[in-house]
Design a protein around this ligand. Sequence first.
Ligand code: AMP
Ligand code: MN
Ligand code: MN
Ligand code: MN
Length: 286
Amino acid sequence: MGIASNSICYDLHSHTIASDGELSPTELVKRAVNNAVDVLAITDHDSISGIEEAKNIILENELPIKLINGVELSTLWDAQDIHIIGLNIDVKNTSLLILLDDHKKYRIERAKNISKKLTHFGIFDAYEHAKKYANGGIISRAHFARYMVDSGVVKDIPTAFRYYLSKGKKAYVAPKWCSIEKAVSIIHLAGGQAVLAHPMRYDLPRIKLRNLFNEFKQAGGDAIEISQSGQTEIAQHSLENYALEYEFLGSQGSDFHRLSHYFDLGDIRPFSHNIKPIWHDWALFL
Ligand code: AMP
Ligand code: MN
Ligand code: MN
Ligand code: MN
């Protein structure tokens, strides 16, 4: 059983090289098994293409882990990037596949524009380099950041975001993501559950955070992520209260991207028993 609790360990938020994670689906699954994760969702940004390999490796090796089909959809709300996770989605659903294809195109268009802006700062061919880092997966600002670190433009990834890639910075390009309403409705069309990812990471003032919860609720959102890596106990406690108030189910996940000293797959603080977990009616262990 998991390192995070004495019962079943659920890690419902993780990334592979299909988006901006650094492990292949096979490596990710093996690490999750080593870390005693019992239920793992792969939730790549705007991509489901890591799931099949993960599923196959589990089947072929009879690994003791359940895989949940997931995705982390980028949405735009109040000129802000908001991430909506879909869990238990049908990865063959046509509406979902069309949305993912749209977002893939927006990502390429945005990446070319980011690259254009970077030329003003003496950074050339960044699009081609970032594309190489993406290696066939979706192209993300994280790939630009990695290129900028490796080529010596900045000392580390946070600096690349702080000076160039974050909202309002030198090479920022506004994204064209779909609305929260659309993301939730497509997740539901694909038979999945919609989870508002890491609500505290948007740094919204309390009134705006409440607006976000209200809109997500009105859109039919099912759950909020209560426990996620790097979050203080105080922040988690306030998310528990919001979940109770707005009657959201609770979800949790490491948001694992890469090996680091800070957090790992399955490294999750359990949330209060007063909150109904998103997995309460999943038929996984029959
Ligand atoms: P994108 O989806 O292309 O807009 O890229 C966003 C991704 O970049 C996020 O999922 C994070 O993994 C990463 N990211 C965003 N902001 C930062 C930051 N300040 N430092 C490090 N990574 C970041
Ligand atoms: Mn990411
Ligand atoms: Mn996210
Ligand atoms: Mn994530």
